[in-house]
Design a binder for this molecule. Structure first.
Ligand code: MF3
Ligand code: CO
Length: 250
């Protein structure tokens, strides 16, 4: 069942997502060679609690941290640790917040210092694919219209999309129906109706799309050692088109 949200509920979801966006912006400014993802994680937790929210991922199926921090060949669900970031790394930060009964969820991949041209292109294409997916968030479209536009953009640039993990509905639960894959043909799946909220989250690899999970049971890496990027926004379907709830200064 897909749960639609009232205008008032969307306003609350906006508040939850605004905390996510504000914290990600603060973390972005801290990212430089020498910083550890544990430091970013502590800072994120402190800022969320100060804002009156709760970290959404901590304790979710036993996940041990506030942030997911995924470096280089790590795709998603990297657990923050004491390793120092190095110039040339790419760092994916995924953050969820629970506030006033609703969840917010957003992710961004950042460069650490100077990065290679290929990584620059990876970040650009992945972010663009997210926004192309978001453009499809219109009443009457179907879920796979989002999926198809993401896949088309990514593959036209020679990169691949991850299949094993998908976007999702979001609201009073972190993961609601429907699933939002980042691949597929257009015109399939549920129709989008006013009040749906979707977390759209392309995961894009420089080489093959295959994944492996590390022994920690969380960290997802590319099977072939290629680099990976992940961008995510929580987006509401409105009569005026997509409302990106997790964008600053909307
Ligand atoms: N943002 C991710 C998602 O949408 C992370 C959740 S997994 C967690 O599914 F365990 F870290 F919470
Ligand atoms: Co998500």
């Amino acid at each position: 069942m897909i749960v639609c949200k009232s205008k008032m509920e969307l306003e609350k979801m906006r508040e939850a997502n605004l905390i996510v966006a504000t914290v990600l912006e603060r973390l972005r400014k801290m990212i430089e060679p020498g910083v550890t993802t544990s430091q970013l994680d502590s800072c994120a937790e402190e800022l969320i609690l100060k804002a009156g929210g709760k970290p959404a991922f901590k304790g979710y199926r036993g996940y041990p941290a506030t942030l997911c921090a995924s470096v280089n060949d790590q795709i998603v669900h990297g657990i923050p640790n004491q390793r120092r970031l190095q110039a040339g790394d790419v760092l994916g930060l995924d953050l969820g917040v629970y506030y006033k009964g609703f969840y917010g969820d957003s992710a961004w991949t950042f460069p650490v210092g100077e990065i290679s041209d290929e990584l620059h292109k990876l970040l650009k294409v992945t972010e663009e694919s997210l926004y192309l997916g978001i453009e499809q968030v219109r009443i009457g479209n179907r879920v796979s219209d989002i999926s198809a536009s993401i896949q088309k953009h990514v593959e036209s640039h020679g990169f691949s999309v991850v299949r094993e993990f998908v976007g999702h509905g979001i609201g009073k639960a972190l993961h609601e129906e429907p699933q939002v894959p980042n691949y597929g043909v257009p015109g399939r799946g549920p129709r989008l109706v006013e009040g749906m909220v979707l977390a759209i989250e392309p995961m894009v690899n420089t080489r093959g799309s295959e994944v492996k999970v590390l022994e920690d049971q969380w960290t997802v890496i590319t099977a072939d050692g290629g680099y990976s990027a992940h961008f995510e926004h929580s987006v509401a379907v409105t009569e005026n088109g997509p409302w990106i709830l997790s964008l600053l200064d909307h």
